[in-house]
Design a protein around this ligand. Sequence first.
Ligand code: A2P
Length: 316
Amino acid sequence: MKHHQLANGGSIPALGLGTWKSTPGEVGPVIREAIRIGYRHFDCAAAYANEAEIGAAFQAAFAAGDVAREDLFVTSKLWNDAHREADVRPALEKTLGDLQFDYLDLYLMHWPVALKPGAFFPQSADDLLSLADVPLLETWRAMEACQKAGLARHLGVSNFNARKVEELADQAEVPIAANQVELHPYLAQDDLIARCAARGVHVTAYSPLGSPDRPDVLKKSGDPDLLAHPVIAEVASKHGVSSAQILLAWAVQRGTSVIPKSVNVERMTQNLAAASVALDDADMQRLAALDAGYRYIDGAFWAPEGSPYTVDDLWD
Ligand code: A2P
């Protein structure tokens, strides 16, 4: 497996397994199988509500001698309702307890959006706190204290636009190792990647397959089907691989890491193998031409009427 370097030392495997939407009951066996077929990078989050089962599967894999903790790269994320200084460490400790780990390899701030404690998702603007109430720097400083206490090797952010990355990087004591954002050929985000690179921030691509199984509430009429795009199918047939493998190879070749979710062993195997599919310049140019600035996960759910957040401000 290729690795990408992280600015503050160490590296991240270029391809990992996403666990968003992997349900309790199914995710445990999926983790065991993924380890057996060679996955070493796992992307988790408190908000996915499946970390306890993932932790039990890791423990079972260690006990069976399938893999050792130090051979894994595991990411988790701080949910938006724990952005206040006093809430950050308890949230990280809950995740560590669920995963049965002493430390995470990477801990991310899941969104640059704050919710009132206990509000999982905004039912109305009343559930949201503004960034004036809970500045991103307050949350980051508390994350830094956790990193210094050894609870996470690297810290990062998710769903940050370039301006927010730069503002935080200017003040961060522990460097921002990574920014995890939606990335695929319809949303190539060249400018964001370049501006992150200028600050030594590695970029991880989520929803690389266009997240076809995202919940209905996140679906918009007319959303394009990325996996069915004819150009991607043509490049796939040229290389004798699947469209999904082309999407993943494109991500790895651009220097991003990528975390496709699957709960199917054949597709997991196929996805892992995609990290070694080599695309040529012509392929990369054809895929670059598909960029339409199109987001499947547009963040509109943070902007109910009266919200301190707007979609434009999230992504500008
Ligand atoms: P499944 O879990 O049944 O394999 P994303 O990572 O962009 O969120 O996409 C995840 C979705 O893509 C899931 O519905 C997953 O289904 C599906 N998927 C994962 N790998 C492949 C693949 N190689 N080919 C087609 N669909 C895939």
